[in-house]
Design a protein around this ligand. Structure first.
Ligand code: PLP
Length: 379
């Protein structure tokens, strides 16, 4: 990998920090014991996992009490939250149109097997439409899954407001939120939000890939979707990814001061936008500054992504999972035209990016766009 690359696709994944990598290595190569083993080395590793849970729970605004389940990814956590709550004769299930495929496609699967599934629309700013939510919730609603921060636009949904609405209309409904793009970027307090389940992922916060954690208010809400040796309170069988979990816990410690990080990232975003001397660009993001969605008039965003790569700058089309598909359900639901969707790109910053990287990237994107216009239209 070229160290001169300017990486502005941090919403898709992020670089593991050196200390997390050291910890990962230590548990992979030295402390490699199975946490279920009955000898002391195994018991010690088992305790280390428990301490990682205590640490992560604190950052989620709660105390650890058998309420954190480690999985192989946030995708798996979302599947466990949804499929693990689903029961025969379940009432209505509500999702938002803006969900990541890990939630959206699980909802579509349930719909295809006959579950009563409905989707809440987005406002033009990308936030969910709270009036539509009120209209779609009914007293027999059993489950709601609405993400905290959009991976496409960075828009924040007001989880407290959603749980207040839910408690008014269907107090018994279970409320899950996918917090993958929120955790580490904005303050999370699962108790204040009133969520029953909340998903996070290690590799979005400079931790390792292949580890997710699901907060669950009460483990009795869940049935397992994977069967085996009974690890994780019998809810996620399979030997724990100890190295990944311990590196995840360290990555959580390294998040630092969220407000200071946000200020830095806001400066990066402004520097980038100031360096972008293009009139024909539409900003599609109004939420957290680390995700910036832009639409360039008259061109294909995919071409811009490839042109930027020629300059060693990595940006994306949108979520890594949907970037190879031509449409974009989220931008479409926000009311963007087909040409605005075609011309969309996503720039996502990390606290480790510098102002000079943001400046170079903004200038280069302008040049690529102008060059593309010239090639296509001789403008
Ligand atoms: N949910 C959101 C909002 C995401 O952005 C992502 C990753 O892009 C995921 C879920 C999936 O996370 P993982 O790669 O850990 O499965």
């Amino acid at each position: 990998m070229n160290n001169n690359v300017i990486f502005l696709d941090n919403a898709s994944t992020s670089k593991m920090s050196e200390k997390s990598a050291e910890i990962f290595n230590n548990y992979a190569c030295n402390n490699y014991f199975n946490p279920s083993a009955i000898y002391s080395y195994g018991a010690k590793v088992h305790d280390d996992i428990k301490n990682a849970k205590i640490n992560i729970a604190k950052h989620l605004g709660t105390q650890f009490n058998q309420n954190l389940i480690f999985c192989g990814s946030a995708t798996e956590c979302n599947n466990l939250a949804i499929m693990g709550c689903y029961r025969k004769n379940f009432g209505k299930m509500i999702f938002s149109v803006g969900e990541h495929p890990a939630v959206y496609n699980t909802a579509m699967h349930l719909k295809s097997i006959g579950a009563n599934v409905d989707f809440v629309n987005l406002q033009t700013n990308g936030e969910i439409d709270y009036d539509d939510l009120k209209n779609k919730l009914t007293p027999d609603t059993s489950f709601i899954s609405i993400m905290h921060v959009s991976n496409e636009t960075g828009m924040i949904n007001d989880l407290k407001k959603i749980s207040d609405i839910k408690n008014h209309i269907c107090p018994k409904a279970i409320f899950h939120s996918d917090g993958v793009q929120a955790f580490g970027k904005t303050k999370v307090n699962v108790e204040y939000f009133g969520v029953d389940l909340y998903t996070i992922s290690a590799h979005k916060i400079n931790g390792p890939k292949g580890v997710g954690a699901l907060y669950v208010k009460d483990i009795k809400l869940l049935n397992p979707i994977i069967f085996g040796g009974g690890q994780e309170y019998n809810l996620r069988s399979g030997t724990e990814n100890v190295a990944g979990i311990m590196a995840f816990s360290n990555a959580v410690d390294e998040i630092g001061d969220i407000r200071a990080n946000q200020q830095h990232i806001n400066m990066l975003k402004n520097e980038f936008l100031n360096s972008l001397s293009v009139k024909e660009v539409k900003i599609n993001s109004y939420g957290l500054p680390h995700i910036l969605s832009l639409s360039f008039d008259g061109v294909n965003g995919e071409t811009l992504v490839h042109m930027m790569e020629q300059h060693n700058i990595l940006i994306s089309r949108g979520s890594a999972c949907s970037s190879k598909k031509s449409g974009n359900r989220i931008l479409e639901n926000m009311g963007l035209s087909p040409s605005q969707i075609l011309g969309s790109v996503r720039i996502s910053f990390s606290k480790y990016n510098t102002l000079s990287e943001a400046k170079v990237a903004g200038k280069t994107l302008s040049e690529c766009y102008k060059q593309l216009l010239k090639t296509l239209y001789n403008k």
